[in-house]
Design a protein around this ligand. Structure first.
Ligand SMILES: [Zn+2]
Length: 299
Protein backbone atom coordinates (compact mmCIF):
# COMPACT_ATOMS: atom_id res chain seq x y z
CA UNK A 1 0.00 0.00 0.00
CA UNK A 2 1.25 3.40 -0.91
CA UNK A 3 1.85 5.79 1.95
CA UNK A 4 1.09 9.43 1.86
CA UNK A 5 4.45 10.97 2.47
CA UNK A 6 4.42 14.54 3.68
CA UNK A 7 6.21 16.92 1.37
CA UNK A 8 9.72 17.47 2.62
CA UNK A 9 10.34 20.75 0.85
CA UNK A 10 11.92 23.31 3.12
CA UNK A 11 11.33 26.90 4.15
CA UNK A 12 13.70 29.78 4.76
CA UNK A 13 13.48 33.09 6.57
CA UNK A 14 15.93 35.95 6.04
CA UNK A 15 16.10 38.86 8.46
CA UNK A 16 17.79 41.80 6.79
CA UNK A 17 18.89 44.22 9.49
CA UNK A 18 21.11 47.27 9.45
CA UNK A 19 23.73 45.43 11.55
CA UNK A 20 23.21 41.74 10.80
CA UNK A 21 21.70 39.52 8.17
CA UNK A 22 20.29 36.24 9.47
CA UNK A 23 19.15 33.20 7.56
CA UNK A 24 17.09 30.40 9.08
CA UNK A 25 16.15 27.13 7.40
CA UNK A 26 13.23 25.06 8.52
CA UNK A 27 11.31 21.94 7.62
CA UNK A 28 7.89 22.43 6.02
CA UNK A 29 6.27 22.22 9.50
CA UNK A 30 8.34 25.23 10.62
CA UNK A 31 10.88 23.31 12.73
CA UNK A 32 14.24 25.14 12.47
CA UNK A 33 17.19 23.10 11.20
CA UNK A 34 19.85 25.78 10.67
CA UNK A 35 20.48 29.39 11.55
CA UNK A 36 23.34 31.47 10.14
CA UNK A 37 24.26 35.12 10.45
CA UNK A 38 26.76 37.61 9.12
CA UNK A 39 27.46 41.32 9.39
CA UNK A 40 25.48 43.41 6.93
CA UNK A 41 28.55 45.58 6.31
CA UNK A 42 30.35 42.52 4.89
CA UNK A 43 27.78 42.42 2.09
CA UNK A 44 28.40 45.62 0.21
CA UNK A 45 25.62 45.37 -2.38
CA UNK A 46 22.12 43.89 -2.53
CA UNK A 47 23.38 41.29 -5.01
CA UNK A 48 26.15 40.27 -2.59
CA UNK A 49 23.53 39.85 0.15
CA UNK A 50 21.30 37.76 -2.13
CA UNK A 51 24.26 35.62 -3.25
CA UNK A 52 25.39 35.05 0.35
CA UNK A 53 21.91 34.10 1.57
CA UNK A 54 21.23 31.87 -1.44
CA UNK A 55 24.61 30.19 -0.91
CA UNK A 56 23.87 29.50 2.77
CA UNK A 57 20.42 28.18 1.94
CA UNK A 58 21.92 25.90 -0.70
CA UNK A 59 24.61 24.67 1.70
CA UNK A 60 22.14 23.76 4.45
CA UNK A 61 19.18 22.40 2.52
CA UNK A 62 20.72 18.95 2.01
CA UNK A 63 18.81 17.15 -0.73
CA UNK A 64 15.59 19.02 -0.09
CA UNK A 65 14.17 21.76 -2.23
CA UNK A 66 13.48 25.13 -0.66
CA UNK A 67 9.94 26.00 -1.59
CA UNK A 68 9.22 29.30 0.12
CA UNK A 69 11.41 32.13 1.42
CA UNK A 70 10.41 35.26 3.34
CA UNK A 71 12.73 38.25 3.56
CA UNK A 72 12.04 40.47 6.58
CA UNK A 73 13.27 43.99 5.87
CA UNK A 74 12.99 47.43 7.39
CA UNK A 75 10.37 49.71 5.85
CA UNK A 76 9.49 51.39 3.69
CA UNK A 77 8.99 48.37 1.46
CA UNK A 78 6.68 47.73 -1.46
CA UNK A 79 5.12 44.41 -0.54
CA UNK A 80 3.18 43.97 -3.79
CA UNK A 81 6.17 44.57 -6.06
CA UNK A 82 8.65 42.97 -3.68
CA UNK A 83 10.88 46.04 -3.60
CA UNK A 84 13.00 47.45 -0.79
CA UNK A 85 12.35 51.19 -1.19
CA UNK A 86 14.86 53.11 0.96
CA UNK A 87 15.58 51.50 4.32
CA UNK A 88 16.87 53.97 6.94
CA UNK A 89 19.82 51.80 7.98
CA UNK A 90 21.02 50.66 4.57
CA UNK A 91 22.41 52.65 1.64
CA UNK A 92 20.20 50.70 -0.80
CA UNK A 93 17.34 52.12 -2.87
CA UNK A 94 14.57 50.55 -4.93
CA UNK A 95 16.02 47.04 -4.79
CA UNK A 96 13.78 44.36 -6.37
CA UNK A 97 14.72 41.84 -3.69
CA UNK A 98 11.94 39.35 -4.38
CA UNK A 99 12.89 39.01 -8.06
CA UNK A 100 16.60 38.77 -7.21
CA UNK A 101 16.13 36.11 -4.52
CA UNK A 102 13.70 34.20 -6.73
CA UNK A 103 16.27 34.10 -9.55
CA UNK A 104 19.02 32.95 -7.17
CA UNK A 105 17.02 30.17 -5.50
CA UNK A 106 14.05 29.21 -7.70
CA UNK A 107 11.81 29.49 -4.63
CA UNK A 108 8.63 31.45 -4.06
CA UNK A 109 9.78 34.62 -2.28
CA UNK A 110 7.86 37.11 -0.14
CA UNK A 111 9.01 40.44 1.23
CA UNK A 112 7.66 41.47 4.65
CA UNK A 113 8.07 44.22 7.23
CA UNK A 114 10.66 43.32 9.90
CA UNK A 115 8.51 44.43 12.86
CA UNK A 116 5.58 42.39 11.48
CA UNK A 117 7.83 39.35 11.28
CA UNK A 118 9.23 39.84 14.80
CA UNK A 119 5.64 40.09 16.03
CA UNK A 120 4.66 36.94 14.14
CA UNK A 121 7.67 35.14 15.64
CA UNK A 122 6.69 36.16 19.17
CA UNK A 123 3.06 35.21 18.48
CA UNK A 124 3.84 31.69 17.30
CA UNK A 125 6.96 30.83 19.30
CA UNK A 126 7.55 33.51 21.96
CA UNK A 127 5.77 35.56 24.59
CA UNK A 128 2.48 35.73 22.66
CA UNK A 129 1.94 31.97 22.34
CA UNK A 130 -1.59 30.90 23.11
CA UNK A 131 -3.13 34.32 22.48
CA UNK A 132 -5.40 35.28 19.56
CA UNK A 133 -5.12 39.07 19.65
CA UNK A 134 -1.68 40.48 20.27
CA UNK A 135 0.11 43.75 19.68
CA UNK A 136 3.85 43.53 19.25
CA UNK A 137 5.85 46.67 19.92
CA UNK A 138 9.53 47.16 19.25
CA UNK A 139 11.05 50.02 21.22
CA UNK A 140 14.57 50.74 20.12
CA UNK A 141 16.23 53.46 17.97
CA UNK A 142 12.74 53.69 16.46
CA UNK A 143 9.33 52.48 17.57
CA UNK A 144 7.48 49.95 15.42
CA UNK A 145 4.88 47.29 15.75
CA UNK A 146 3.04 44.30 14.40
CA UNK A 147 -0.63 43.47 14.87
CA UNK A 148 -2.09 40.00 15.28
CA UNK A 149 -5.86 40.05 15.02
CA UNK A 150 -7.93 36.87 15.43
CA UNK A 151 -4.81 34.76 15.10
CA UNK A 152 -3.59 36.40 11.90
CA UNK A 153 -1.04 39.02 11.03
CA UNK A 154 -2.92 42.19 10.10
CA UNK A 155 -1.03 44.18 7.48
CA UNK A 156 -3.75 46.61 6.44
CA UNK A 157 -4.80 47.84 3.00
CA UNK A 158 -1.26 48.80 1.92
CA UNK A 159 0.87 46.66 4.19
CA UNK A 160 1.63 49.50 6.58
CA UNK A 161 -0.56 48.65 9.59
CA UNK A 162 1.17 48.64 12.96
CA UNK A 163 3.14 51.88 12.60
CA UNK A 164 2.77 52.45 16.32
CA UNK A 165 5.68 54.90 16.44
CA UNK A 166 3.71 57.36 14.32
CA UNK A 167 0.66 57.52 16.56
CA UNK A 168 0.30 61.20 17.47
CA UNK A 169 0.61 61.68 21.21
CA UNK A 170 0.71 65.49 21.20
CA UNK A 171 -0.11 67.56 18.08
CA UNK A 172 2.03 70.39 19.46
CA UNK A 173 4.98 68.09 20.02
CA UNK A 174 8.31 67.94 18.15
CA UNK A 175 8.51 67.39 14.41
CA UNK A 176 9.14 63.74 13.53
CA UNK A 177 11.23 62.47 10.59
CA UNK A 178 7.97 61.34 8.98
CA UNK A 179 6.71 64.93 8.73
CA UNK A 180 4.06 64.67 11.44
CA UNK A 181 4.25 66.52 14.72
CA UNK A 182 4.26 64.84 18.13
CA UNK A 183 4.56 61.20 17.07
CA UNK A 184 5.25 58.71 19.87
CA UNK A 185 8.61 58.08 18.21
CA UNK A 186 9.52 61.78 18.31
CA UNK A 187 9.25 61.62 22.12
CA UNK A 188 10.60 58.23 23.11
CA UNK A 189 12.71 56.56 20.39
CA UNK A 190 16.31 55.91 21.34
CA UNK A 191 17.28 58.54 18.79
CA UNK A 192 14.92 61.13 20.32
CA UNK A 193 16.12 60.37 23.87
CA UNK A 194 19.77 60.66 22.77
CA UNK A 195 19.10 63.97 21.06
CA UNK A 196 17.32 65.28 24.12
CA UNK A 197 19.87 64.20 26.74
CA UNK A 198 23.14 64.30 24.80
CA UNK A 199 23.82 60.70 25.80
CA UNK A 200 23.20 57.48 23.89
CA UNK A 201 20.08 55.62 24.92
CA UNK A 202 22.32 52.85 26.33
CA UNK A 203 24.12 55.41 28.55
CA UNK A 204 20.82 56.95 29.61
CA UNK A 205 19.33 53.60 30.67
CA UNK A 206 22.57 52.60 32.43
CA UNK A 207 22.53 55.88 34.39
CA UNK A 208 18.87 55.36 35.28
CA UNK A 209 19.63 51.81 36.46
CA UNK A 210 22.44 53.20 38.61
CA UNK A 211 19.96 55.55 40.28
CA UNK A 212 20.75 58.85 38.53
CA UNK A 213 17.68 60.97 39.28
CA UNK A 214 17.64 62.99 36.08
CA UNK A 215 18.10 59.90 33.91
CA UNK A 216 15.33 58.19 35.85
CA UNK A 217 12.90 60.99 35.25
CA UNK A 218 13.62 61.00 31.49
CA UNK A 219 13.09 57.22 31.34
CA UNK A 220 9.91 57.43 33.42
CA UNK A 221 8.47 60.12 31.20
CA UNK A 222 9.24 57.99 28.13
CA UNK A 223 7.56 54.98 29.76
CA UNK A 224 4.53 57.15 30.53
CA UNK A 225 4.23 58.17 26.87
CA UNK A 226 4.44 54.52 25.91
CA UNK A 227 1.75 53.77 28.50
CA UNK A 228 -0.49 56.39 26.88
CA UNK A 229 0.06 54.66 23.54
CA UNK A 230 -0.93 51.35 25.18
CA UNK A 231 -4.21 52.95 26.31
CA UNK A 232 -5.01 54.12 22.77
CA UNK A 233 -4.04 50.77 21.28
CA UNK A 234 -6.21 48.94 23.81
CA UNK A 235 -9.17 51.15 22.97
CA UNK A 236 -8.64 50.69 19.22
CA UNK A 237 -7.79 46.99 19.09
CA UNK A 238 -8.78 45.28 22.37
CA UNK A 239 -5.77 42.94 22.48
CA UNK A 240 -5.24 40.23 25.11
CA UNK A 241 -1.56 40.95 25.32
CA UNK A 242 1.15 43.44 24.42
CA UNK A 243 4.55 41.94 23.72
CA UNK A 244 7.43 44.38 23.78
CA UNK A 245 10.84 43.82 22.19
CA UNK A 246 13.70 46.04 21.06
CA UNK A 247 16.67 47.43 22.95
CA UNK A 248 14.63 49.25 25.60
CA UNK A 249 12.90 46.02 26.64
CA UNK A 250 16.28 44.93 28.04
CA UNK A 251 15.72 47.61 30.72
CA UNK A 252 12.36 46.07 31.58
CA UNK A 253 12.49 46.79 35.32
CA UNK A 254 12.95 50.50 34.55
CA UNK A 255 10.04 50.90 32.16
CA UNK A 256 7.48 48.22 33.05
CA UNK A 257 6.12 49.71 36.32
CA UNK A 258 5.35 53.10 34.75
CA UNK A 259 3.88 51.60 31.59
CA UNK A 260 1.53 49.27 33.48
CA UNK A 261 0.61 51.97 36.00
CA UNK A 262 -0.30 54.33 33.14
CA UNK A 263 -2.35 51.63 31.42
CA UNK A 264 -4.15 50.88 34.70
CA UNK A 265 -4.85 54.57 35.25
CA UNK A 266 -7.42 54.60 32.45
CA UNK A 267 -10.88 54.62 34.07
CA UNK A 268 -12.33 53.48 30.74
CA UNK A 269 -10.32 50.26 30.47
CA UNK A 270 -11.86 48.11 33.19
CA UNK A 271 -9.69 45.41 34.77
CA UNK A 272 -11.65 42.64 33.02
CA UNK A 273 -10.50 43.80 29.57
CA UNK A 274 -7.08 45.10 30.51
CA UNK A 275 -4.41 43.45 28.37
CA UNK A 276 -1.29 41.84 29.78
CA UNK A 277 2.07 43.42 29.07
CA UNK A 278 5.02 41.06 28.57
CA UNK A 279 8.59 41.31 27.49
CA UNK A 280 9.47 39.60 24.19
CA UNK A 281 11.21 36.25 24.52
CA UNK A 282 13.02 35.60 21.26
CA UNK A 283 15.45 38.52 21.38
CA UNK A 284 17.04 39.32 18.02
CA UNK A 285 15.97 35.91 16.64
CA UNK A 286 12.32 37.04 16.50
CA UNK A 287 12.56 38.35 12.93
CA UNK A 288 13.99 35.19 11.41
CA UNK A 289 11.59 32.96 13.36
CA UNK A 290 8.65 35.04 12.13
CA UNK A 291 9.99 35.09 8.58
CA UNK A 292 10.10 31.27 8.56
CA UNK A 293 6.54 31.25 9.88
CA UNK A 294 5.42 33.63 7.11
CA UNK A 295 7.20 31.45 4.53
CA UNK A 296 5.25 28.47 5.93
CA UNK A 297 1.93 30.32 5.79
CA UNK A 298 2.60 31.51 2.23
CA UNK A 299 4.25 28.41 0.77
ZN1 LIG B 1 6.07 60.03 12.81
Amino acid sequence: MKGHYPSRAMLAGIDLGGTQVRVALARSDGHLVASIKTKTAMLATPQAMVDWAAGEIDRHRGREKVRSITIAAPGPIDIKRGVLVNPPNLPWQNVPLVAMMGRATGAKVQLANDADMAGLGEFHHGAGRGSRNMVYITWSTGVGGGLIIDGKLHRGAHGTAGEIGHMIIDPNGPLDNCGQRGCLEAFISGTALARETGHTAAELFAAAAAGDRQARSVVERAARYMGIALISLTNALDPEIFVMGGGVSRSWALVYPTMIETLRSSPFIKPARRPRLRRARLGDRAGQVGAVEWARINQ
